[in-house]
Ligand binder design. Structure first.
Ligand SMILES: [Zn+2]
Ligand SMILES: [Zn+2]
Length: 394
């Protein structure tokens, strides 16, 4: 392990920032105190700041020792989740119903640690942009920052990010090119039949019975219509209809979630959902309307950027602690919007350490017993610094 000495030296300081952020979790677009802390720290390091992109976003701008055209963005997310923390340690959440259960407190801290070190050493040429974004969870804070002109203002050559990953042990990096995390879309199908008396179904068109056929038919998208070499998930998560014991309701609403790793598969799946619901409803004398809300796109790492990230990770933790052959996840990430705009790479850093849930195993993200592992703070910060010194060398 070759954690940078100057970063190891600020480990305790980083821990205190992390615990402060953990104690005061803020959710989507309300990252006021967190943004203030980030901005104050960046300024105290001598870094110029820009605030307000994506409402609560903070960007730190740092020039290296020599001017040069190279520009790299490093991104961390700052938001917490609406979740009641069940941990009972001294740095537990002080805000009922909100918690840093995805480790964004740690992501913010690792980037702050890298910023402090790079500002003090400036062992690079060109410019580094430290991008602290709001609202990664559900609300697309990355997209909001881009919409507000993030990359017009700061036209980076590449952008890099990182997420802690509890199923890998502390200090293990997972790096690969291509699709890493899934696109996440939602759909709503409204089946309209003909309402009627439960005792006389032949005089009605039973929207519930039709909806169950639609639900069954939708299973064919993953099992029969998609190549076994590709991945897609179509999950029905809600069915709503009816208020009475003896009424066949006119309408039945089906809602669900789509996950896919390939934009082609994604498009085909949308089309299949529309077609299957319309034709199935028609076959039973009902009609259907289908709305698909596109969410986060597939997180796709640029192959060249991923190979640069791989080299940096190997320098920090050694070849044996970098995994390149691992499964992509059907979870989603709004860093995908940044990767649509700029080449770059997203990596996972193993988080499993001493802290566990009540069953003795590491807590997965979004678990009420989760905690970011402070041991990986200097590792993540060293990775960011190594990447900058490697890609913007003097
Ligand atoms: Zn999360
Ligand atoms: Zn997260």
């Amino acid at each position: 392990m070759a954690v940078i000495e100057g970063i190891q030296a600020i480990h305790e300081e980083m821990k205190s920032w992390r615990h402060q952020i953990h104690q005061h979790p803020e959710t989507a677009f309300e990252e006021i105190a967190t943004g203030d802390l980030v901005a104050e720290l960046l300024e105290s390091f001598g870094i110029t700041i820009d605030r307000g992109l994506g409402r609560t976003g903070v960007v730190g701008i740092l020039e290296g020792q020599e001017p040069a055209s190279g520009k790299i963005g490093l991104r961390a997310d700052m938001d917490a989740l609406n979740l009641q923390e069940l941990n009972d340690f001294s740095h537990k959440s002080q805000c009922d119903g909100k918690m840093h259960a995805c480790g964004h407190d740690g992501h913010t801290t690792m980037l702050l640690g890298a910023a402090k070190y790079l500002a003090a050493t400036k062992n690079f040429k060109g410019t580094v942009y430290f991008i602290f974004q709001p609202a990664e969870e559900n609300e697309g804070g990355a997209h909001e920052m881009i919409k507000d002109g993030l990359f017009d203002k700061f036209d980076v050559d590449a952008v890099y990010g990182m997420h802690n990953w509890p199923s890998y042990k502390e200090g293990v990096f997972c790096v690969k090119g291509g699709a890493l995390m899934a696109a996440n879309d939602r759909f709503e199908i409204v089946i309209t039949g003909k309402g009627g008396h439960a005792a006389m179904p032949h005089l009605a068109v039973d929207s519930i019975a039709v909806a169950t056929q639609v639900v069954q038919a939708l299973q064919h998208i993953a099992s029969r219509q998609t190549s076994p070499m590709h991945s897609v998930v179509v999950s029905i998560t809600q069915i709503h209809a009816g208020d009475a014991w003896n009424v066949l309701p006119e309408e039945c609403v089906i809602r669900g979630s789509i996950r896919s790793l390939d934009p082609e598969v994604q498009k085909k799946t949308w089309k299949s959902i529309e077609q299957i619901s319309a034709k199935t409803a028609e076959a039973y004398g009902a009609s259907s309307s289908c709305k698909i809300h596109s969410g986060y796109p597939v997180t796709i790492n640029d192959k060249t950027a991923a190979s640069k990230a791989l080299i940096a990770a190997q320098k920090v933790v050694g070849d044996d602690n970098v995994v390149t052959d691992f499964e992509s996840t059907m979870g989603s990430e709004d860093f995908s919007f940044m990767l649509q705009a700029k080449p770059g790479a997203y990596v996972f850093l193993g988080n499993a350490g001493e802290h566990t849930g009540p069953d003795g195993s590491p807590c997965m993200l979004h678990n009420p017993y989760y905690d970011f592992n402070d041991q990986i703070l200097p590792i993540g910060a060293s990775y960011f610094v190594t990447l900058i010194e490697q890609e913007l060398p003097l």
